[in-house]
Design a protein around this ligand. Structure first.
Ligand SMILES: [Zn+2]
Length: 79
């Protein structure tokens, strides 16, 4: 199931980046996503599928969401 992800979201991943950070900011949303590591600033391109697998939680507008909260249930109208 796809997740609703927006530019500016902070992703907390299950595995850490080599620099030690678990946090990434989404800079671009699409078939491929671009995100920036908040530890070292490195930009990473990643497929939606792979990104969704890595996500543990998402921070948006000072709120924290679990993956389940972000699942798009009405899939056909959004995609
Ligand atoms: Zn990093």
């Amino acid at each position: 199931m796809p997740l609703k992800l927006l530019e500016g979201d902070i992703i907390v991943t299950k595995k850490k980046h080599p620099c030690g950070s678990f946090e990434f900011e989404i800079n671009r949303v699409g078939a491929d996503f671009r995100m920036q590591c908040l530890g070292c600033g490195k930009q990473i391109w990643i497929e939606r599928k792979n990104l969704e697998k890595r996500i543990k939680k998402v921070r948006r507008d000072n709120e924290e969401f679990k993956k389940d909260d972000l699942v798009i249930k009405d899939y056909s109208s959004n995609y």
